[in-house]
Write a protein that binds this ligand. Structure first.
Ligand code: IVH
Length: 669
């Protein structure tokens, strides 16, 4: 029986891995999403019912694991070097003639041209086809063990395809964030009042180095592979053969990679690719040209720093020169003041650019940007226009230094700088710009989802003023709305109904809508899972918050600070009085059973008269959470016969144990 189960679990894992590969890497799914979900559900069910077969390389583990304190350092079996750069075709031709052919008796040499992906170099080690270790490049000799984070990248196979599972295959490639995902994340961070990442590369780096891999899983990273480290049992003669092998093994290999029979063909590739690269959904900052024959590459060897057989041709980021006509200051939902340069319109990488973020005062001072300056603008990571530098030679003397205002440009309140922050903030909670930002956020789809309450209506509501905080929305009358521009009787009635309907969206959406710094949708949901009401959450101590899965010090501090503010408490009381629901929406627990909400259980061993999945279902129905491995955040380990290593782990972490009979008593059986 158990052999059979084990085989089924393994078959399901193989099947899921294969379909993940077809979907994410080949873009050629063979089954529907629903069929895929069914396979996954079956695997989750089996693994939950039979934790003895759980495995860290199961596709169920892609969602990320428990947060870690830091990363372990790993030494690379084969160092991860960097390569020499070239910025023009002349240098490329010299490299071909003297560095390459000059050292190979003038023979003709063929090359492979590859997009140089603007991400982070990683190495992923497979042993007998199974993913065992992932690490960052680090200093080239030693990197960080980021296995848990890389496993959340769907394009990275957890197991190689059958027939391509050599003893050891260490592959090297680039983890990156697509432009599309970067846009999504930037919008999300802006909404949450968090500092945006400057470009997709920084976003990818930040995401890969998160201590909480659940969060990495939420940020959809991607990868391309282009090389190998240690290899045992898979011989390759050429680079092209190696790439073909990686592709067949299920690893993502970039389709823009092309062979070139000589340096003329290389240059033709560089020219053709320059225009094409902007249209790709990932950042490319150049082309890596590689000698195809691996023996020739070995013969060429290394200079003191770089391998001779590879070179990176770098494209210049597209830049343009324009004038800063003025600088305005925007105030966001959290009061952060952002200086924005208004530019004389200029064409850059296919679009007309009129504005560029200047980020903050320190940035302005560092670059010495003045109003009236001629400046060079560039698209960072090809997306957000940035002011790179000032053309100081062109200063005429009429340029004006810019000072961040001491008063908020929207409300006139004092501008403050908190602690170490680089940002200045408007100190007035009632600043109309902040109110508008908070209302927009409250009404947004992931929060209270109030259809019809967009920026134009909010602007008027705040301007009148009819509304000065989110709670006031619930007192707005149809007649008042109908008096606003572009609002008819019918749309006013609909909006009032929509607002009223939002009273029962539940705790998770309420928490999202309140816009507590660092609490986005995901964090709000896990808090709502754990607490029955907003009052319960408000009453909790910071230390107790830290015990919750996925809650770190920053988040805990944020929650505590939010509820400490009397302004915030006043709004919450007003919301309550308006009838906005403040409790979690979850299935009712069975009559009479104990309330296990907020508690995490792990079940181990064989319970008498009850299967493990039955026990877990009961715990969940009583409001408890079920984990599959014991960690510091486990509250109780339920112990049946033949418990195994989980019991030791529980002792080690000081997790309380409940034996079979007591567990039955607890659940009232
Ligand atoms: S080959 C011996 N190929 O560029 C080094 N690197 O400047 C072998 N990169 O650290 C690297 N795309 O992070 C290679 N197709 C590609 C690449 C690539 C991006 C990055 C990589 C490397 C850096 C080298």
């Amino acid at each position: 029986m158990s052999e059979e189960l084990k085989r089924e679990i393994e078959r399901l894992r193989d099947e899921i891995n294969h379909h993940t590969y077809l979907y994410y890497t080949k873009n050629a799914p063979e089954i529907s999403d629903a069929e895929f979900d069914k396979l996954m559900q079956r695997l989750i069910a089996l693994e939950t019912a039979h934790p003895e077969f759980a495995s860290s390389d199961s596709p169920t583990q892609r969602v990320g694991g428990a947060p870690v304190e830091g990363f372990r350092t790993v030494r690379h079996a084969v160092p991860m070097l960097s390569i020499d750069n070239a910025f023009d075709f002349d240098t490329m031709r010299k490299w071909d003639a003297s560095t390459v052919r000059g050292n190979l008796e003038g023979r003709s040499v063929d090359y492979v041209c590859e997009p140089k992906i603007d991400g982070l170099a990683v190495t992923v080690r497979y042993e007998d086809g199974k993913l065992v270790l992932c690490a960052t490049r680090g200093d080239g000799e030693n990197g960080d063990d980021v296995t848990a984070n890389i496993k959340t990248v769907q394009k990275v196979p957890l197991a190689l395809e059958k027939g391509f599972r050599p003893r050891v295959l260490e592959v090297r490639g680039e983890v990156y964030m697509s432009k599309c995902e970067f846009d999504r994340l930037s919008r999300e961070r802006e909404e949450q009042g968090e500092a945006p990442f400057a470009n997709p590369r920084n976003a990818a780096a930040g995401s890969l180095k998160l201590l909480d891999s659940h969060e990495t899983a939420r940020r959809k990273l991607s990868a391309w592979f282009y090389g190998t480290g240690e290899v045992e049992g898979a011989p390759f003669g050429t680079h092209k053969e190696m790439l073909d092998y990686l592709g067949k093994a299920g690893l993502p290999v970039n389709p823009e990679i092309k062979p070139a029979k000589d340096i003329d063909a290389v240059i033709a590739y560089l020219q053709a690719f320059e225009a094409k690269r902007h249209a790709l959904d990932y950042g490319v900052d150049g082309v890596v040209v590689k000698v195809n024959d691996l023996r020739e590459r070995e013969t060429l060897g290394y200079t003191s720093k770089f391998p001779r057989g590879l070179i990176a041709f770098k494209y210049h980021a597209e830049q343009a020169e324009t004038t800063i006509e003025s600088i305005s200051v925007q105030v966001g939902r959290t009061g952060v003041l952002t200086p924005v340069a208004n530019l004389a319109p200029v064409l850059l990488a296919g679009t007309t650019v009129r504005r560029a973020s200047l980020h903050n005062e320190d940035e302005i001072n560092r670059k010495d940007v003045r109003i009236g300056d001629r400046v060079i603008v560039e698209k960072a990571g090809e997306i957000i226009p940035q002011v790179v530098s000032v053309v100081t030679e062109k200063r005429a003397g009429h340029e004006q230094k810019f000072q961040m205002p001491a008063e908020c440009p929207e409300c006139g309140a004092k501008v403050v700088k908190l602690g170490e922050e680089v940002y200045q903030r408007c100190s007035n909670m009632s600043c109309p710009a902040q109110i508008k930002g908070r209302l927009e956020y409250w009404a947004s789809r992931d929060a209270m989802d109030i259809e019809g309450l967009g920026p134009a209506v909010i602007e008027q509501l705040v301007g009148k003023p009819l509304v000065s905080d989110v709670a006031d929305l619930y007192a707005v009358k149809i007649e008042q709305l109908a008096g606003l521009e572009r609002m008819g009787e019918k749309s006013s009635k609909n909006l009032v109904e929509e607002i009223a309907a939002s009273k029962s969206r539940g705790l998770a959406r309420l928490l999202t809508g309140l816009g507590i710094p660092n609490i986005g949708q995901a964090a709000a949901e896990s808090l709502a899972d754990r607490f029955n009401s907003l009052d319960d959450l408000a009453a909790v101590k910071g230390d107790d918050l830290l015990k919750i899965d996925g809650v770190g010090p920053v988040l805990a501090q944020s929650v505590v600070a939010f509820f400490a503010s009397s302004e915030n408490r006043k709004v919450i009381e007003k919301l309550k009085a308006a009838g906005v629901g403040m409790t979690a929406r979850r299935a009712k627990r069975p009559e009479g059973g104990p309330d296990l909400s907020g508690r995490t259980f792990v079940v181990t061993g064989t319970l008498s008269g009850m299967s493990r999945s039955e026990a877990e279902a009961i715990i969940k129905s009583l409001g408890g959470k079920v984990g599959d491995s014991v960690s510091k955040k486990t509250d109780f380990l339920v112990v049946g016969a033949d418990p195994g290593s989980k019991l030791q782990k529980a002792e080690q972490y000081g997790v309380r144990t409940i034996f079979d009979a007591d567990f039955k008593k607890l659940i009232g059986r």
